[in-house]
Design a protein around this ligand. Structure first.
Ligand SMILES: [Zn+2]
Length: 318
């Protein structure tokens, strides 16, 4: 190989690495960056901050998982939003009564990526029980560049009064407001839709996130936008754990166990059908018992073909 050729190869390699990087950056930047902020006004005594920070991440992660599971259920792949788990803690310069509108908060929040298009900030406000009389608000602010007024970019702000703590299903309200930030409007109709308006204004009646659904209309809007991307890891069910799927304890994992779990999703049954021990019998438990039964059947078959069933998609194809 002569020198010229080698340099061409090297250039090509550098170029392809650059291209791969460029494609990666482009595909990542299409999605808005969701930043979490924990805002503590000066006069709010906040002893529990470390616990709160973990709770905040957990609640937002629940919402992330909700979107992935629902998008997948509706046939759009497990598409969901990405968020930065590294929460920015802002100690307010003023007492909580001084924060009356979004601009009061914005003035004190560091702008880590000000001109990133479609950036979303979710601000959890310590010590407050409402924001503008509501348990959660999404507000959009748009800016035009001074030297190019046609370059308009918008930023979405979700404000969550964290003082509500566990009194309301704060993960539900957070997911609802993030839904707005991802361009979803209110949906009228069934009250079990995440984007139903009622839930916002009637504290105490809002459903648990896991009981809610994304409507097909919402899913179609999300699917057509660049706001979400596929995250199969969020709905992965690990069937390799020591889950006892022999629900009726007859020594076999089979169709009977599947039927019992399916029944347990709607009725109370005398067997323990909550296989993953998350407090409810749901689709995930059904998936687990189906996968386990499938494994058992394959293991018992003469050919002993080895299969790995770990995702919704894989089970659906069967
Ligand atoms: Zn709303």
């Amino acid at each position: 190989m002569n020198c010229l050729k080698r340099r061409t190869c090297l250039n090509l390699r550098v170029f392809s690495v650059f291209l791969a990087f460029f494609v990666l950056v482009c595909s990542v930047s299409a999605q808005p960056v969701i930043e979490l902020i924990y805002f503590v006004p000066k006069d709010v005594d906040d002893l529990d901050q470390q616990v709160d920070l973990k709770k905040i991440v957990d609640y937002v992660a629940e919402g992330q998982k909700f979107f992935a599971t629902e998008m997948d259920r509706l046939g759009f792949d497990p598409k969901t939003f990405e968020f930065n788990k590294d929460i920015v803690v802002v100690h307010g310069k003023k007492g909580y009564a001084a924060y009356k509108e979004l601009n009061d908060l914005r003035a004190e929040i560091p702008n880590r990526s000000a001109w990133h298009k479609d950036n979303i900030q979710v601000i959890f406000l310590a010590g407050r029980y409402d924001w503008l009389g509501l348990p959660g608000v999404m507000e959009q602010k748009c800016f035009a560049k001074v030297n190019d007024p046609s370059d308009v970019r918008c930023k979405d702000y979700v404000i969550m009064p964290w003082g509500l703590g566990d009194k309301l299903n704060i993960e539900t309200i957070t997911a609802h407001e993030i839904g707005h930030a991802l361009d979803l409007d209110h949906i009228t109709g069934k009250s079990n839709y995440l984007m139903n308006r009622v839930r916002e204004v009637v504290p105490g009646v809002e459903g648990k996130l896991r009981d809610l659904e994304l409507s097909i209309e919402s899913a179609e809007i999300l699917n057509a936008s660049n706001e979400v991307s596929s995250r199969p890891d969020l709905i992965m069910v690990n069937t390799k754990t020591d889950i006892d799927a022999d629900v009726n304890d007859d020594g076999y994992i089979d169709l009977y166990d599947v039927l019992i779990v399916r029944s347990g999703m709607q009725n109370s049954v005398k067997y323990d059908t909550d296989l993953n021990n998350d407090g409810i019998t749901d689709e995930v438990d059904l998936l687990i018992v189906k996968a386990k039964a499938m494994e058992a059947i394959v293991a018992a078959s003469p050919r002993k073909r080895k299969v790995n069933i770990t995702t919704w998609g894989a089970v659906k194809q069967k």
